[in-house]
Design a protein around this ligand. Sequence first.
Ligand code: NAG
Ligand code: NAG
Ligand code: NAG
Length: 392
Amino acid sequence: MGDLHIMPGSRHRPHMKKPLWIIVLVLFVCVFLICAYIYPPQTSSGCYVFSSRGCKGFTDWLPPLPAREYTDDEIAARVVIRDILKSPPIVSKNSKVAFMFLSPGSLPFERLWDKFFQGHEGKFSVYVHASKTKPVHVSRYFLNRDIRSEQVVWGKISMVDAERRLLANALQDPDNQQFVLLSDSCVPLYNFDYIYNYLMHTNISFVDCFKDPGPHGNGRYSEHMLPEIEVKDFRKGAQWFSMKRQHAILVMADHLYYSKFRAYCQPGLDGKNCIADEHYLPTFFQMVDPGGIANWSLTHVDWSERKWHPKSYMTQDVTYELLKNITSIDVSVHVTSDEKREVQRWPCSWNGIQKPCQAHIMRDFDSVCCSLVTVFFPLLRTHVVVVGFDCM
Ligand SMILES: *[C@@H]1O[C@H](CO)[C@@H](O)[C@H](O)[C@H]1NC(C)=O
Ligand SMILES: *[C@@H]1O[C@H](CO)[C@@H](O)[C@H](O)[C@H]1NC(C)=O
Ligand SMILES: *[C@@H]1O[C@H](CO)[C@@H](O)[C@H](O)[C@H]1NC(C)=O
């Protein structure tokens, strides 16, 4: 700091008859400094007026202007979030993974999941939110595991409500440490131990999150979400997450950001097609704990056809090669929806090691064609005869 400009040290007693021009000069300098504080210099040439070392030198001398004044609700939300994030994880001796199924009714792959769970009693729990019809269960692991449900409309906040309802129910069991959201068309790609260890030995949550400047991303943002949610924090991602307990509690604690999405992220509102379940959690975590999420989901899904819905796997598609291909993907890919169609690729790293990403659960097995499939699930080391299921 040796080169700081120091005001002249010796102070002379002011003369009573101070020449007018000194007062004018002092006033001029004051006005100049006040103006410079209120309207900070934007161009680099402006910077050199104040300091030969560039913009930094001048603004460093002044107290930083607060970004903006937080509302009461925001201050309250921030202290709660900060304390939840600071609290150390509660280590349970019987840590369990909560598998939470979001389904319209019966689960076409219940028998497959039954096989997956067999022999691992005490290390998992199952929750089913069936939004249309009461499911008929064929597996003992699913019996009496239906939670109170409500109607779910695709794209609406009721989807997020169902996710929160599942989380709330699963959080009631203090042994649940990881919370996996699944659809009725998900199937496991690995055996239980692999998935259990994958989830238990990491301290991040797998929430899909990326920045899409295009119409299906930021194009859905509404300025009504201001001041709490700025467009720079608006994110997109698939809804299928796996979350650690601390993050599940964060979601329960959030009312502020959730209510903004409930009010201003709806299909057809203000001519925008905002899909709450694709934006609420990615944006929320981007704001409160960006380093705590992986930014990709464990649930594989194929969007390469660029349609409204991802690719469905038909009977003839489900081959050993396909499963092998999916389990070898170790880079997560997001494509923006603007005309640039920028492809964002991130290696999927698990505790710093690049590993298969989605390797875990696969979505959109077509339930209509399931009655014909006989598949060898390499990582379950078993043939799963998907015949005679109660296909919907
Ligand atoms: C996760 O743990 C690693 C070390 O085990 C640590 O470096 C990292 O900061 C932790 N990440 C979070 C989000 O807590
Ligand atoms: C996820 O993305 C955010 C930026 O949006 C970044 O800060 C964070 O480190 C990323 N997470 C991981 C695990 O790399
Ligand atoms: C598997 O991956 C290979 C190489 O990328 C590709 O040629 C093949 O078509 C894929 N097979 C399936 C069934 O997806």
